[in-house]
Design a binder for this molecule. Structure first.
Ligand SMILES: [Fe+2]
Length: 253
């Protein structure tokens, strides 16, 4: 794994070096995020009794899951897939192009590439192998838990200048978009493209409670105080308060 971490760092370091002062924090954020998602995946694997090889596959996929973010940002200057390209697919293509994982056995590498290509899909396709499914689910949970960690400080006392991680959404006090609220009420994952303000983003992060695959991730969302923090940042209304107990019930399941 140490060798693969070196490969990842060597791949990302030119992006950091060639970035200007405004861009550098955004690139650094994605590098730090990759290592933290890797750590989360280790924690999830520890709670599952997976064959060692499969756990390794999932953890490599976690470390490399956002490889596409680096060429995406250099090419388009944004992390918004809707305005640029699918960063999951770009990540898999970039790994192949730069031969980053060519030392791994082909089957293992293909599973990793599949998990990376699928990590940002709204829903997983039904026809994938069990091995690919478990790796992708581990990456998706690990990613979600870390994305919330990264975003919460950005959402607190929002100032202009840090809109890249917030996807350009701004604070509109007291506002929430019905479609996003409705999704959370129905226990579904909110849709990125329906978000119109930061409160919608907070609701979307809460809705991830319904899309976590492993007990470790559900417990972590409570343990890290994500539910409480996001709830207190949302408008102080009955319809928001009513979301809390079904979310907690889901996370404790
Ligand atoms: Fe991603």
């Amino acid at each position: 794994m140490k060798h693969l971490k070196t490969i990842f760092s060597e791949f990302t370091s030119p992006y950091l070096q060639n970035a200007n002062d405004r861009e550098r924090p955004d690139i650094q954020l994605k590098i730090d995020h990759s290592f933290d998602v890797f750590k989360n995946s280790q924690n999830i694997c520890r709670t599952l009794s997976l064959p060692e090889r499969l756990a390794g596959t999932a953890q490599i996929a976690a470390l490399f899951h956002d490889t596409g973010r680096f060429p995406q940002y250099r090419e388009y200057g944004t992390f918004k897939d809707s305005e640029s390209c699918n960063h999951g697919v770009l990540g898999a293509r970039t790994i192949l192009k730069h031969k980053l994982l060519d030392k791994l056995p082909r089957k293992q590498r293909n599973t990793i590439l599949g998990a990376i290509a699928l990590h940002n899909r709204n829903k997983l396709p039904g026809f994938i192998s069990e091995e690919l499914r478990i790796c992708t689910e581990i990456v998706r949970d690990s990613d979600k838990i870390d994305i919330i960690k990264v975003l919460i400080p950005h959402m607190t006392g929002v100032q202009s200048g840090n809109e890249v991680p917030l996807m350009g959404l701004t604070e509109k006090p007291g506002e929430v978009t019905d479609a996003v609220l409705q999704a959370v009420k129905e226990g579904k994952q909110g849709a990125y493209h329906k978000m119109r303000c930061l409160n919608d983003f907070r609701l979307l992060l809460l809705s991830w409670a319904y899309d976590l695959n492993f007990e470790w991730s559900r417990k972590e969302m409570i343990k890290r105080g994500y539910v409480e923090t996001l709830m207190t940042q949302l408008p102080d209304t009955d319809q928001i308060h009513q979301l809390r107990s079904p979310i907690m019930e889901q996370l404790n399941s």
